[in-house]
Design a protein around this ligand. Structure first.
Ligand code: NDP
Length: 481
């Protein structure tokens, strides 16, 4: 025997064999009393947790954020104070594909960051686009159903996708992004990240501001054309491989941490609804300010433990940062922790990847797989010196709202219109080549055999609303006059 460790079962008992099950003679049936075999088979059957309904396919890495500028006049959040270094974990993903689906699909990319701050976990669950397809969570499950698979044949269906998009004009801005070359990033390292929602920041004096986060890649933007991506389908894990290989080689990717800051009072009269997730704040109104950088410098050692079991939730907000009235954000505050309770289990926050580095003094306890020992007293209020809340930490997150209880679209601001911002992208930002690729990417997508001729007309109309040259290009490409 060499000095290799002895195989054990999960209770630490020495394994009787790495090869042979217990049988009645060498050729006889197997025995129920072979606990080692039964534990192996039973555990194998339970190796998976349900995959995420969205953002199932992804990868991630550990890193650190360093803040270089003083923004204490805007937020008291510890992680954003000048000189602060905060460890983080970032998970990248596609949205619609299942586990095992190709990384190079045309899809937005998830950009979810967990900051392990001294005040508890702060999660920013963003994307590689600053906007989204819809602005009310009432439509979220319908939207995702339209992007995934049909009920009858279990196939994805471009007709279904265009049906939803053309009946949801608020999707125009995000679908424009998606159909540009940025819809297929060459790697996760070569794309920006965005917090997308508007959040509340408040300083130590209780003064409030609205904030948007932009994480600008320091590797530069690189994308694949549809043809390049199609050639890469032989390696469905192209992006996981790229990130892992780069970090392993010491080539640590980094992003600038930029913010746009709007005075609290300016929101009411701003020309766009600043809480509408289908809109950006144009830079001429609110320029980006660089406040630091973050770098990814360590690969996970176990994919399942650190990536698959990572749970990100926009409801993890530290003192100094609060929610905004963005309806999509409000919906996500519920749905993210709820999906983790279902998918991983109610004690997912005790797992090492999700565990805060700050002390946890919670009155929640027990439940499946709990290994945090709860202490007496197990209730509050109590007179035996148990943990007590400090509401002053949240002084500043309060603001006035009033109104009738109603089901309604947002009140429009002066320039709110679903097409004005994608039109600005087409007219002012995209190059001639970008525009040509946008048209051909749309035409390719809407030329799938399942897309009906009636739907093709609706597709042309959708793009005509943004710009007549764009509509004409799509119409021409689809062979419609
Ligand atoms: P600006 O000219 O100040 O900003 C344009 C933005 O577009 C920059 O952030 C640029 O960042 C980004 N960009 C450049 N090329 C592309 C591309 N091919 N696809 C997507 N984004 C690209 O103008 P405005 O702030 O007035 O915005 C004009 C339009 O630009 C918006 O309607 C929106 O569609 C888009 N945009 C705006 C952003 C914002 O927060 N204001 C953020 C991203 C896009 P970079 O080249 O570094 O990627």
């Amino acid at each position: 025997m060499t000095n290799r460790p002895i195989t054990t079962d999960d209770a630490g008992l020495p394994a009787p064999s790495d090869e042979h099950s217990l049988s009645v003679g060498p050729n006889g049936p197997l025995l129920m009393q072979d606990h080692y075999l039964i534990q192996k088979m039973a555990h194998f059957n339970r190796e998976r947790v349900p995959e995420r309904v969205v953002h199932a396919k992804g990868g991630g890495a550990h890193g650190v954020m360093r803040i270089t500028e003083d923004v204490s006049q805007f937020t008291k959040a510890g992680l954003f104070q000048k000189g602060k270094e905060t460890p983080l974990f970032l998970r990248f993903s596609t949205v619609a594909g299942e586990l095992g689906s190709p990384d190079t699909a045309r899809d937005p990319r998830g950009f979810a960051i967990k900051f392990y701050t001294e005040e508890g976990n702060y999660d920013l669950v963003g994307n590689n686009t600053p906007i989204f397809f819809i602005r009310d969570p009432q439509k979220f499950s319908d939207f995702i159903h339209s992007q995934k698979r049909r009920a009858d044949n279990h196939l994805r269906d471009n007709n279904m996708q265009w049906d939803f998009w053309t009946l949801s004009p608020e999707s125009a801005h995000q679908v424009t992004f998606l159909m540009t070359d940025r819809g297929i990033p060459a790697s996760w390292r070569h794309m920006h990240g965005f917090g997308s929602h508007t959040f509340l920041w408040y300083n130590a004096g209780g003064q409030k501001f609205w904030v948007k986060y932009h994480f600008r890649t320091e590797q530069g933007i690189k994308n694949y054309t549809g043809e390049e991506a199609a050639a890469l389908l032989v390696d469905p894990d192209h992006h996981i491989r790229d990130l892992h290989t780069a970090i392993e080689a010491g080539d640590h990717p980094s992003w600038k941490v930029n913010v746009q800051i709007m005075p609290f009072e300016a929101a009411a009269d701003y020309r766009f609804n600043p809480f509408d997730l289908t809109k950006v704040w144009p830079h001429e109104d609110y320029p980006e300010i660089t406040i630091g950088t973050f770098t990814l410098n360590r690969n996970p050692r176990n994919y399942f433990a650190e990536v698959e079991q990572a749970g990100f939730e926009p409801s993890n907000l530290v003192p100094g940062i609060g929610a905004s009235p963005d309806k999509m954000l409000q919906g996500r505050l519920f749905s993210y922790p709820d999906t983790h309770r279902y998918r991983i289990g109610p004690n997912y926050l005790q797992l090492p990847i999700n565990q805060p580095r700050a002390a946890v003094n919670s009155y929640n306890f027990d439940g499946p797989m709990s290994y945090r020992n709860s202490q007496d007293p197990v209730y509050a209020p109590n007179s035996v010196n148990g943990p007590a809340a400090d509401p002053a930490l949240y002084d500043g997150e309060n603001y006035q709202v009033a109104g009738e209880i109603i089901r309604s679209a947002y009140t429009k601001h002066a320039e709110d219109d679903d097409y004005v911002q994608p039109r600005a992208l087409w007219e002012n930002v995209l190059s001639e080549t970008d525009r040509a690729h946008l048209v051909s990417n749309i035409v390719g997508h809407a030329s799938a055999p399942e897309v009906t001729s009636e739907m093709k007309q609706r597709v042309v109309e959708y793009w005509n609303n943004i710009h007549k040259d764009l509509g004409q290009g799509v119409s021409h490409g689809l062979g419609l006059s």
